[in-house]
Design a protein around this ligand. Structure first.
Ligand code: SF4
Length: 259
């Protein structure tokens, strides 16, 4: 159970992402208005034809993205899924996310915070989507940087090579995976992560990683629901990282129990 304080933080994170998406859409509207203004100017026939084509494209994009964004906000607000709107929501998120990211950076916001916000939104959409069907096979995908840097056991080859000394969270993750009959894989990068998914063919994935890897991973994996848990980096990035095991368990339970 999340504490009320954490809930407030997560709500703020989601608002940041939705705010940036909406602002990106506003910029598109301004571009549309500028085109209309240009069209009203006395100009050559060719200019008018180009403008008409441009306006048609921008208008179509605008309506598609608006519908996707509105569906996304509605879905998040109601915590409900609308299967017929999934594609349009995914398209709006995918298309507007790079704009939102650049806009946020331009406004001086931290890139990690924006990506974290995206992960929270994506998680909530996944929760809403998977509420309706039970998931049998979960793959718990963890990054290699969770392993204690002094450990010599090759856990990326086979996580059973972990000797359970307790110096890093790998043994706890192994226990957790065992408890819920989930597969656990330790990946050294995106290529290996994709390979594990292809080999294990899970119904759902709980992925632990930094904001950057999770964001690209979530966008990469389209057919399987992915719940992201951001890792903790008390010693800096990519070495001796950690993870909140409660959040990992909560994500696995969500898939298995359907909420
Ligand atoms: S818990 Fe396992 S992976 Fe972590 S340091 Fe100990 S033996 Fe190595």
């Amino acid at each position: 159970m999340l504490s009320p304080r954490l809930n407030v933080t997560e709500r703020t994170r989601k608002r940041l992402f939705i705010g940036l998406l909406s602002f990106s859409l506003l910029i598109l509207i301004l571009a549309l208005l500028a085109s209309i203004w240009l069209l009203r100017q006395k100009s050559l026939l060719l200019n008018r034809i180009i403008l008409i084509i441009l306006i048609s494209c921008v208008t179509a994009a605008f309506f598609t993205l608006s519908a996707g964004l509105l569906a996304l906000i509605w879905s998040l607000w109601r915590s409900k899924t609308y299967p017929s709107l999934q594609n349009i929501m995914a398209a709006a998120t995918k298309f507007l996310f790079p704009f939102a990211l650049h806009l946020g950076k331009w406004l001086g916001w931290d890139e990690e915070k924006i990506k974290n916000s995206y992960i929270q939104v994506s998680n909530q959409l996944v929760k809403a989507k998977t509420k309706t069907y039970p998931v049998k096979k979960v793959l718990l995908l963890a990054p290699h940087c969770l392993q204690w840097s002094g450990c010599s056991h090759k856990i990326t080859m086979d996580v059973r090579n972990c000797q359970g000394c307790g110096k890093c969270p790998v043994i706890k993750l192994r226990e957790l995976a065992g408890r819920y009959d989930a597969d656990l894989a330790i990946a050294t990068g995106g290529t290996f992560a994709r390979k594990f998914i292809k080999d294990k063919r899970p119904d759902a994935v709980v992925a632990i990683a930094c904001e950057r890897d999770l964001t690209s991973g979530i966008q990469d994996i389209v057919r399987i629901p992915v719940m992201g848990v951001v890792n903790e980096r008390p010693h800096g990035p990519c070495a001796n990282t950690s993870v909140d095991l409660e959040k990992v368990e909560e994500a696995i339970k969500y898939f298995i129990n359907g909420g």
